[in-house]
Design a protein around this ligand. Structure first.
Ligand SMILES: *[C@@H]1O[C@H](CO)[C@@H](O)[C@H](O)[C@H]1NC(C)=O
Ligand SMILES: *[C@@H]1O[C@H](CO)[C@@H](O)[C@H](O)[C@H]1NC(C)=O
Ligand SMILES: *[C@@H]1O[C@H](CO)[C@@H](O)[C@H](O)[C@H]1NC(C)=O
Ligand SMILES: *[C@@H]1O[C@H](CO)[C@@H](O)[C@H](O)[C@H]1NC(C)=O
Ligand SMILES: *[C@@H]1O[C@H](CO)[C@@H](O)[C@H](O)[C@H]1NC(C)=O
Length: 407
């Protein structure tokens, strides 16, 4: 049950100012799990439970009724969203459920633009194990009508919160008001064959964010938004990002790290076989200059990646401070250690001369950095390709000479 404390927290979440935020919050309010006698497993089609696919009639109740039945059923059940456009408010898909669940998205769900109805998220799957969300339909956040430049927190589109063994497959996500997919405190999660699209100039529309989760695979997807394509936040261990085409947006990031107290280490992240098109960053590790947490990011591998006109293709930034609220502490106060980072077989072009930036701090040099076969060249004619490197230790092999900047 939600406590008064939770309610306050939630209000704070949606009234917070979040320019260039890094961590998406999940509502820690929890609707009660379905109770009572188990129903028989089966198929629960929202159009047979009163939903109207005209894009205008509020179908929230039909979807929630279908969820309650599916979640309360023993065996494998399917919640079907048939072809059509179904307008809905926030959907709290809370477990634990009695059996495995598939959400079959053949049609489209449209998120209401009545912002007063939301807490932190639009569709929040909480404490549900063995769930598959699949289909060719779209989760349309309808963000275009409510995007604003005043940095107000908005609802994430799809949140997996305390989910074990979850798969999101085939679906499209469009114009989320905030992060499109947020995987939080979950494990054994696969996101595959999804298409995520939002305007290139709206911040905080991250494609997929992972935080406090383990064994997460994000693969074979096309992601173009106004923020990070994929971002991997604190507490993530064992994340594979493979076969992703990114752009527009801010590229693939580990971080931001260190912004909040009690963050946890990041380890064993692999980004492989990705193409970045006209993004502002390519592959990036970013930690706050005035980090609150003492943590380590280690065993991070970026390989077989093509850059196509990317502004900053390879970047480690231990001085990250986007809101300019870092209280002027010196770089020597960095508390996020970055080590054992491999950049291998990274090719293509940059749109600025600075193809490699390894900005590590004096007291916390980056260690074990490898630049192997890094061949990214400035696409313009007027300047030479360069690397800017501070306090980065490791080895370079087979890379363009100007980029082999390690100490
Ligand atoms: C939003 O939070 C309030 C207060 O905690 C809670 O009663 C309500 O069920 C929540 N709504 C949703 C959609 O989660
Ligand atoms: C994971 O969930 C799927 C249903 O989505 C189920 O078929 C499978 O058995 C589950 N795996 C484990 C290890 O429980
Ligand atoms: C990781 O998750 C996948 C499902 O996404 C599962 O098949 C696999 O067994 C898990 N691996 C480990 C080491 O737990
Ligand atoms: C380098 O990466 C590209 C993809 O960007 C891949 O096609 C190529 O096979 C890789 N080269 C090697 C030697 O692994
Ligand atoms: C590019 O070269 C011009 C001079 O040709 C120089 O003024 C400018 O600072 C260079 N830009 C960068 C980003 O290095």
């Amino acid at each position: 049950m939600a406590s008064a404390h939770d309610a306050t927290r939630v209000l704070l979440i949606l009234s917070a100012v979040v320019c260039a935020t890094c961590a998406a919050k999940s509502a820690e309010t929890e609707t009660a799990a379905p109770e009572g006698t188990a129903t028989a497993a089966g198929t629960f089609d929202i159009s047979k439970l009163g939903a109207t696919g005209d894009g205008k009639t509020d179908s929230t109740k039909a979807v929630m009724d279908a969820w309650t039945s599916a979640c309360g059923a023993t065996g494998s059940s399917t919640l079907v969203i048939p072809k059509g456009d179904y307008l809905v408010g926030p959907l709290g898909f809370t477990g634990p459920c009695k059996g495995d669940i598939t959400i079959q998205l053949d049609g489209n769900l449209l998120g209401t633009n009545d912002l007063a109805k939301y807490n932190a998220s639009w569709i929040e799957v909480t404490r549900v194990d063995n769930i598959l969300i699949t289909g060719a339909g779209t989760l349309d956040g309808q963000g275009k009508a409510v995007y604003s430049k005043d940095c107000k927190a908005m609802p994430n589109t799809l949140v997996l919160y305390y989910v074990n063994n979850g798969t999101v497959s085939g679906i499209k996500l469009l114009n989320s008001k905030f992060f499109h997919i947020n995987i939080d405190k979950s494990k054994d999660i696969t996101v595959k064959d999804v298409t995520i699209t939002a305007p290139g100039d709206v911040e905080n529309t991250d494609g997929v964010h992972v935080g406090d989760s383990s064994n997460v695979t994000i693969t074979n997807s096309v992601i173009g938004t106004g923020d990070d394509c994929v971002s991997i936040g604190s507490g993530s261990a064992g994340v594979m990002v493979m076969g992703i085409t990114c752009g527009p947006g801010q590229g693939i990031s580990v971080g931001c790290l260190g912004r909040y107290k009690d963050e946890k280490d990041v380890s064993d992240v692999t980004v492989r076989d990705c193409v970045l098109k006209s993004t502002t960053n390519g592959v990036r590790i970013k930690s706050y200059e005035d980090a609150e947490s003492v943590i380590t990011a280690s065993r991070l591998t970026f390989e077989d990646i093509r850059m196509d006109d990317v502004a900053k293709p390879i970047i480690i930034d231990q001085y990250y401070c986007p809101e300019k609220v870092c209280p002027g502490k010196k770089s020597s106060t960095s508390h996020v250690a970055v080590k054992d980072v491999v950049f291998r077989n990274i090719t293509g072009t940059s749109s600025t001369p600075e193809a490699v930036s390894l900005l590590c701090s004096e007291n916390q040099p980056c260690s074990g950095v490898e630049l192997i076969d890094v061949k990214v060249e400035y696409a313009g004619k007027n300047n030479k390709t360069i690397a800017v490197c501070n306090n980065a230790k490791g080895i370079a092999k087979g890379s363009i000479e100007a980029l082999a900047c390690l100490a």
